[in-house]
Write a protein that binds this ligand. Structure first.
Ligand code: MN
Length: 324
């Protein structure tokens, strides 16, 4: 890792000299997005700045106990910011309804680990080898010589444990574990946090999950697994899209499955999540065809197609990997 110390110093100089600071994450937030944004929020809170948090989309139920949603801006008007710091977000569009905040900032900063990051900000700290933005933010905070409180440690841990699939993805390094060990030394209760994150599903969320799994289709001798999360499943079980988590990872648990796909019905099309089991198939390549992004083993994109059409596109796209 070669974190640019000048960039870190410049970011904290800008923070010192700013009054109106906006912290933003990607739309349809996940644990890394929420954890990173909130860790930085907690770090800046004692500095007496006006901090605005912009995250487009519902906070999934399992993150709600950790945060006060009152601090998240509902609708962006035309407020000006001295600086906007964007975390875990690979491109402008992923800011969703808050994308225009970038046009109303004196300086923009991006801290991210996505390989597909477009370096859209004025200052970009992009480390694609990092397991998570949370892990990268840990390094940034350390490099700035700032103190990590227990609350900050909890949010960094939430970011790291969720984005590494509980430390199982290949992006997890020994350095990741060492940093988390340090977070534990600050007194965080990982067993309690994990219970809130992973063992607190309402029964209707589990039922929605089962409905999604029931519709699984397997192709190419079970190497490709596809299922969908439809509006009907969500409505029948009274859950939100962001609540149904882990479907794509669950399909990957099937022995023969090498790539799993989950198609999420959107009001104007289909949102696709892709996961690969091994390094030989880079699912970000497929996501990139459709203007999406991500990592080798975890990527996604959106298309203006029905679920059925999207499924056929994917079956076709993956043919070359499985039919040789
Ligand atoms: Mn991430």
């Amino acid at each position: 890792m070669n974190l640019n110390q000048n960039n870190v110093d410049e970011i904290f100089r800008l923070i010192e000299n700013s009054n109106d600071i906006c912290l933003a994450g990607h739309k349809a937030p996940d644990g890394d997005c929420i954890g990173s944004v909130m860790a930085l929020y907690e770090l800046l809170k004692p500095m007496n700045k006006n901090i605005t948090v912009c995250i487009d989309g519902l906070i999934p139920f399992n993150y709600k106990p950790f945060i006060n949603e009152e601090i998240i801006l509902k609708q962006y008007e035309s407020q000006k910011f001295d600086i906007v710091i964007v975390l875990d977000c690979s491109d402008k569009e992923r800011l969703g309804k808050f994308a225009s905040i970038l046009n109303n900032a004196n300086k923009t900063i991006c801290i991210d680990h996505h390989k597909t990051n477009t370096k859209f900000a004025d200052i970009n700290i992009i480390e694609t080898e990092m397991s998570s933005t949370g892990e990268l933010l840990y390094d940034v905070i350390k490099a700035a010589n700032k103190n990590i409180t227990k609350t900050i440690a909890e949010f960094l841990y939430i970011a790291i444990v969720t984005d590494t699939g509980k430390f199982s993805y290949s992006s997890t390094s020994s350095a990741t574990h060492i940093k988390v060990a340090h977070l534990m030394e600050l007194g965080i209760d990982i067993s309690e946090i994990d219970n809130i994150l992973f063992n607190s599903k309402p029964s209707n969320v589990v039922k929605a999950f089962i409905d999604c799994i029931k519709n699984i289709e397997l192709y190419y001798e079970n190497k490709l697994g596809i299922t969908s999360i439809t509006e009907k499943i969500l409505k029948d079980n009274q859950v939100e899209m962001g609540d149904v988590d882990g479907v794509v990872e669950f399909i990957r648990e099937i022995k023969e499955v090498e790539v799993s796909c989950v198609l999420k019905e959107n009001f104007d099309g289909t949102k696709v999540s892709l996961r690969a089991k091994n390094d030989n198939i880079d699912v970000a390549e497929i996501a990139f065809i459709y203007g999406g992004g991500g990592h080798k083993k975890a990527a996604g994109f959106e298309v203006n197609e029905t679920i059925e059409n999207t499924k056929n596109l994917l079956i076709n796209d993956f043919r070359k990997y499985f039919m040789d």
